[in-house]
Design a protein around this ligand. Sequence first.
Ligand SMILES: [Zn+2]
Length: 382
Amino acid sequence: MGARTRSAPVRTAATILFVFAASAASAQWNVAMHDGRRYVPVGDVANFYKLNPPAIDGRSFTITGQARTIRGNAGAREIWINNVKYILCFDVVAKDGHILISAMDVTKIIEPVMRPGKIKNASAVRTVILDAGHGGHDSGARGPMGAEKDAALDVVLRAKKLLEQNDYNVRLTRATDVFIPLEKRPGFANRYQNAVFVSIHFNKSNRGGGTGIETYALAPRGVPSMDEENLSYSDFKQYPGHARDSENIALATAMHSSMLRHLRLFDRGIKRARFVVIRDAQIPGVLLEGGFMNHPNDARQIASGEFRDAFARAILEGVTRYKSAVAGQMQYFKPTTVVAATDNTAAPLLRSEPSAPVGSKTDIVQSVKQATGALASPAPGN
Ligand SMILES: [Zn+2]
């Protein structure tokens, strides 16, 4: 993936600041319009989650409290929640003395990451669908030490073993070097319930300079994909995976932070895309990119058995952390076979409030939903 050129938004909307009371909640959201979208000040985010008021230093902000942190910079799209890097749907904005985050990002990233235990209808994971990318005549990315399809399959087979040792059911979209059309993969996954879909890939950059790991969750409706700058028609289409927006980002969080801990490659963050495999999955899904086939260091690691075992452990740990997180469990319980490789002190917090059973109503979803009404602006030609 190359660098994207960014065209500055030309549309300037007058800022309308208004206040409405969140339903039955004490928190208020001061909603500001910017560039046709709804934003809320970072101070309201801190207030809502009962964190300290934001420390603002020029264009950067940091919110801390209750062993959590949220930090970012106005004019940029990266945000760090509990030290996990996310690429937001829209830039953080500085306006009229406030630092603002889009309401879309509050509902689609911050809320499910801060309170995964409040995600509605999140089901306990019993089955893991592992999808080794590419296969057969489609070798995927090629590097000096091999092809993506082979590395992905090997990691999947190692992960299968670990997951089964930890009492998960595992189903593979492919267990050998065969070609499987993209559409068939989510189709296969959709036969299972209480399941998650994890697609394993490796990257390639045009000039060989790209390095590190990244995790993709489905871009919510109305959000540009990471590989395009402007909204297009397909950005407004409703896909099966959108029913799982909250689970998708919670799963991405658990998987990505586990990958970071086990693989120790450069952190490229959690990103959004509309890849077919995650777009059409009706169960929570992620696509993992475990390094670059054509980067000298990444390639050497990807070729090693140690790295592939570590990747398998990361998958086991990620699934298990997701399961704990959506169950609202305060403690992360370590899978039995991960003991030696796990460093608890490095674990990003994925905790939710103890009293929140799965499926309980979230105030922020209710309140920001009102603010997000404008997001459903009609698609071109609609
Ligand atoms: Zn791939």
